[in-house]
Write a protein that binds this ligand. Structure first.
Ligand SMILES: [Zn+2]
Length: 127
């Protein structure tokens, strides 16, 4: 590795370190999470004469879909909980994404620092 390659790598490492630090802010926040994905289900009550039978559906139902012991479970979310459930499910997704990215960066930084370290090894006797 020549000096110019090494300084490119140092630049990349400091960019990754800055991004990792930014992610840590997200990861350290205290927020409530709802694990799983929310699915919207169109709702038709089917009562004769209801607007939903004339192409005006009711507000969609919300289903929480999550893995429980390796099996998908779907849980109905009460209408009064929709707003909170959406917020907490989004917070969960944010957290998951930040944590995955954090791990990718961490791995990459480790590799770069190993390479930079190895490139600075001197042979002995000194030339
Ligand atoms: Zn209806």
């Amino acid at each position: 590795m020549n000096d110019s390659e090494a300084s490119q790598l140092r630049l990349k490492a400091s960019r990754l370190a800055a991004e990792r630090q930014h992610l840590e802010k997200t990861l350290m926040q205290h927020r409530r999470f709802l694990r799983g994905s929310l699915l919207e289900r169109p709702k038709f009550c089917g009562k004769p004469g209801c607007k939903c039978t004339k192409g005006q559906p009711h507000p969609p139902g919300l289903i929480l879909s999550r893995l429980v012991n390796g099996a998908v479970r779907q849980i109905f979310i009460r209408a009064s909980d929709h707003e909170r459930a959406r917020k907490e499910a989004l917070a969960y997704k944010d957290y998951r994404q930040a944590s995955l990215r954090w791990r990718v960066i961490d791995k990459e930084l480790n590799r770069i620092l190993e390479d930079l370290g190895a490139s600075q090894e001197e042979s002995y006797p000194f030339e």
